[in-house]
Design a protein. Structure first.
Length: 134
């Protein structure tokens, strides 16, 4: 029985930066798979364990990026309300945007960052819709 949901979207205009959104997971039930995913993004075993400890709490999230692969993952823990879910999602989108802008040498100030966070927020809303609340 699989609980975890994963969604993917690419960042335009180049479409070469991929983002995976991982939600609706149970850390206890899916620990091995979640840890393997985090390790694939370069986290040490100890750092992955610490991340999963954090993600086992409600209303938490984590973003990890591998700029050389132009890939990021956003993990959003179980939430107590839709507003908590989207607050966490947008917070993590900002971390991903920071990685993308750094990679391309763009400034965080101005329109590129605003459009990037807006695009990712729209994608999450359209892909997930009403989040699963526990």
């Amino acid at each position: 029985f699989r609980l975890m949901e994963q969604h993917y979207f690419g960042i335009p205009p180049k479409g070469t930066w991929g983002v995976v959104i991982v939600t609706d997971f149970d850390v206890d039930e899916e620990y091995v798979e979640l840890k393997a995913q985090l390790r694939s993004f370069g986290l040490s075993s100890k750092s992955a364990d610490k991340a999963l400890s954090i993600l086992s709490n409600y209303n938490t999230g984590m973003a990890v990026s591998v700029p050389d692969l132009k890939m990021s993952a956003i993990y959003i823990s179980k939430s107590t309300s839709p507003s908590e879910f989207y607050s966490t999602a947008i917070h993590e989108c900002i971390h991903v945007a920071d990685s993308i802008l750094d990679w391309y040498g763009e400034s965080w100030h101005g329109e590129p960052s605003a459009y990037l966070v807006g695009f990712m927020t729209k994608e999450i809303v359209e892909l997930i819709g009403e989040p699963c609340i526990r």
